[in-house]
Design a protein around this ligand. Structure first.
Ligand SMILES: [Zn+2]
Length: 454
């Protein structure tokens, strides 16, 4: 099966960062060519589905390097709270009250939002239970990613269901790896996911590390999101969080650390020198007032930086997140030239592909790579005028998910002409509403208002 995406403006993100008016020929799950004037030739061949993209912009599919799709149902329930309060009073009780069905509804709601926003891949940290639901939904809707059940075995403030015995959470992780790693032709992979140092015993951290390395999997955890977390780690381990993580083997090219907001000079150097992937989550960091991750500086030191939407902090709009990343660095450094458009787009594409360990297949639109991409119609009030404008700056500073017309993963449209092809949108929204209410009732989680409670 071949598809020709004809006459779009292609932001390739190849090594020369070329932007071309070109036709993209896709065969099965891969890009065969990106070149001008391929349309006429392709039309002469049989079995080529030609999709006209004249006037549209094509970008590599966005990668979210750190997410929690299990929290999509918690949107609007955790506002205006500090991190530990947010975890103890809302997020953990909600996660503990999930069933397989509600976790699936949450994953499907997140998937719907991501697909319509041009995200094609994600690195997701699940909750302690019901991870099969996340994999099943991702298999069904067609997104690509690294997924892993969250592991926690420490903390008196954790709901009982979420504080697992060390051996139990490792056993469940091993079962999930056997069942799901490399499923759907390698589209779904496993990442071993201890939540963060304060919720994990050293024995769990060591075993999770060994399990990941023995199986050639990535390690995915949170690190140095805020000062209270660092104080907890310092009190227990006697050193700063990233320094500690490095000492116990949680740095390197197979490690993804979400946030990395609070780093001293030594820790920044450690992350850059070890090739550890930093998943920067600017909307999450600002909404939870965690701080400003020094990602422009990290990038200039040679660190591998990607972007992530984290939990459901209002929107999960990957395009808006790129802008957020850029403007946050400008504010932090008081430099309007900080993290310019092209570098910001790199975080969401090439940076994400590197974090996933799939740079050979993802992150740019080039022959031989997977056909994971998003098509944007920039002719909208918030993204015009176009005349004389730089296409990359337009995408980074003006585009939102409202511009996305098509989303493709593995050469298949998941979203075409703004219609979902792999999920039922009405049912997804209705299930999310119904199962969120049921989850709140089950966990005795109070509403934030009596409106909408009929
Ligand atoms: Zn997170």
């Amino acid at each position: 099966m071949k598809t020709l995406l004809a006459d779009g403006l292609v932001i390739t993100m190849d090594k020369d960062r070329r932007v071309l008016r070109a036709d993209i020929l896709v065969e099965d799950d891969r890009i065969v060519s990106v070149e001008p004037h391929a349309e006429e030739r392709a039309r002469r061949e049989e079995d080529v589905d030609v999709v006209n993209l004249r006037g549209m912009t094509v970008i590599p599919g966005l990668v979210q390097a750190h997410m929690h799709v299990t929290q999509a149902l918690f949107r609007g329930l955790c506002d205006d709270l500090a991190l530990m309060e947010w975890l103890r009073e809302r997020t953990w009780p909600m996660e503990a009250s999930h069933t397989m069905e509600s976790n699936a509804a949450s994953a499907r709601l997140a998937a719907m939002e991501l697909i319509r926003g041009g995200t094609t891949s994600l690195i997701d940290m699940g909750t302690t239970l019901h991870e099969d639901a996340v994999f099943e939904v991702m298999a069904e809707v067609g997104l690509r990613g690294l997924f892993g059940k969250c592991m926690m075995d420490l903390g008196d403030d954790l709901p009982a269901l979420m504080r697992e015995k060390t051996a139990d959470c490792l056993r469940e992780t091993e079962r999930l790896i056997r069942r799901w790693h490399m499923a759907e032709n390698g589209r779904l992979r496993y990442a071993v996911a201890p939540r963060f140092v304060p919720s994990c015993s050293e024995s769990l951290l060591f075993s999770a590390r060994d399990l990941a390395r023995q199986n050639g999997l990535r390690l995915h955890t949170h690190a140095s999101e805020n000062l209270s977390e660092i104080a907890l780690v310092e009190a227990r381990c006697g050193e700063r969080n990233v320094r500690y993580l490095d000492r116990i083997g949680y740095t390197g090219e197979d490690v993804i650390l979400a946030h990395c907001v609070w780093l001293n000079e030594e820790e920044k150097r450690l992350l850059a020198d070890t090739g550890t992937h930093v998943a920067h989550c600017p909307s999450s960091n600002t909404k939870m007032s965690s701080g400003f991750a020094p990602v422009a500086e990290l990038k200039s030191m040679g660190a591998s930086v990607a972007l992530g939407l984290d939990g459901a902090h209002d929107h999960m709009d990957g395009l808006l997140e790129i802008r957020q990343a850029s403007i946050l660095q400008k504010a932090l450094l008081r430099d309007p030239k900080a993290l310019p458009a092209m570098e910001a787009l790199e975080l969401a594409t090439l940076g994400g592909a590197a974090a996933m360990g799939q740079s050979d297949d993802l992150g740019s639109l080039e022959p031989g790579k997977k056909a994971d991409l998003a098509v944007l119609d920039m002719d909208m009030p918030h993204s015009l005028p176009a005349w004389g404008r730089d296409p990359v700056q337009r995408v980074v500073y003006q585009a939102t998910r409202e511009n996305v017309v098509h989303t493709m993963v593995d050469g298949k449209f998941l979203y075409k002409d703004r219609a979902f092809l792999t999920l039922d949108p009405k049912k997804t929204l209705a299930d999310a509403e119904r199962l969120c209410a049921a989850t709140m009732r089950r966990g005795n989680i109070p509403p934030t208002s009596s409106f909408f409670c009929d």
